[in-house]
Design a protein around this ligand. Structure first.
Ligand code: GDP
Length: 316
């Protein structure tokens, strides 16, 4: 019997694109998407989980293709009004999006866990695949810049990634417990592949890998681990991945990302634009079109990634 489960580690924008591709080529029960929650924060009295939300909207077909985050067909009356009152309007919350944060906050306050809230909202929005937060415990990414430690969303949104990053930390991570479904899946003996989505390694994937037990469970799962490079032609498609790599003294390249993941990876998918750097990569490399513009691109890259994992498994 061939193995069934695909476990995908994901941040927001880049991760959600591949997660959508995977969700369209796999039976719903076979896909477990592990979402980073290091970006989560409390704002305007609300609990906001940006990566879970980006994944949820993408998998439900409600995402905003122009921004990569938030909902499509959005209106901004709330933001305009709060700005006019002198309130905080640096983190953009659209009117439709706001409903999700209000409802999540209400349920968390009534005692539900983040994973319970996420599962129910996904179900209500018609999502078949499971989306699970890396942990129900609180983990908060913080960034050290020239001016000292700052909260992640202050760095990412308020200051639009301008500060130079010297170091990152994930507050609370040493005490955080991985979500049971993640550990159960990784220990099931039924994992076909662990996919590291083309997400920012430092702020999307490493918080997940830093949860005690997850890295070991991935290694112990017996499944091939395949990452897709978030760097294409030496540049991030969106966001600060390449800038952060340079600031942290790493080579901003597809090979640099593979080096950062080190022996976690068995396979690595890079773009044709980066084919020159193959020799520097330890994992088995597959060259593909990795820029996901259309739905077909997402499905194709999901097929290529699973194909690479299956080829690795067959050699074992
Ligand atoms: P965030 O949490 O919203 O920043 O989202 P992620 O960490 O999941 O995604 C950010 C990364 O996705 C960046 O490094 C981008 O370069 C990468 N990315 C975005 N779109 C694409 C794409 O179409 N292909 C690839 N290979 N990477 C992408």
């Amino acid at each position: 019997m061939s193995k069934r489960l695909v476990v995908a580690l994901s941040g927001g924008v880049g991760g959600a694109k591949l997660a959508l591709g995977l969700s369209r080529i796999l039976p719903a029960d076979d896909l477990l998407v592990v979402a980073n929650t290091g970006d989560d924060f409390e704002h305007l009295g609300l609990n906001i989980s940006p990566d879970i939300d980006t994944l949820t909207y993408a998998l439900a077909g409600l995402d905003n293709p122009a921004t990569g985050w938030g909902r499509r067909d959005e209106t901004w009356s709330f933001m305009d009004s709060i700005g006019a009152l002198g309130g905080e309007d640096w983190f953009r919350l659209g009117d439709r999006d706001l409903a999700l944060h209000v409802e999540r906050t209400r349920r968390l306050r009534s005692g539900q866990t983040l994973s319970e809230v996420t599962a129910d909202i996904c179900r209500r929005l018609g999502i078949g695949a499971r989306v699970v937060p890396m942990s129900d415990d609180r983990v908060r990414t913080r960034v050290r810049s020239e001016t000292g430690w700052i909260d992640f969303q202050d760095y990412f949104v308020r200051q639009q990634c301008r500060p130079v990053v010297h170091a990152l930390t994930f507050d609370g991570v040493t005490l955080a417990r991985p979500h049971d479904d993640i550990m159960a899946a990784l220990r099931s003996g039924d994992v076909r592949a662990v996919i590291v989505c083309p997400s920012n390694p430092f702020i999307s994937v490493e918080p997940i890998l830093a949860i005690p037990g997850i890295r070991e469970a991935i290694a112990g799962s017996g499944a091939p681990v395949v990452a897709v490079s978030p760097i294409i032609g030496g540049q991030a498609v969106k966001g600060p991945t390449a800038k952060m790599m340079r600031e942290l003294g790493l080579e901003a390249s597809a090979a640099g990302v593979a080096a950062r993941y080190g022996d976690l990876l068995d396979g690595y998918i890079i773009d044709h634009a980066d084919a020159d750097g193959v020799a520097a990569i330890g994992a088995r490399v597959t060259i593909a079109n990795t820029l996901m513009t259309s739905l077909e691109d997402r499905e194709m890259l999901a097929r290529v990634t699973l194909g690479a994992a299956d080829a690795l498994a067959s050699r074992r």
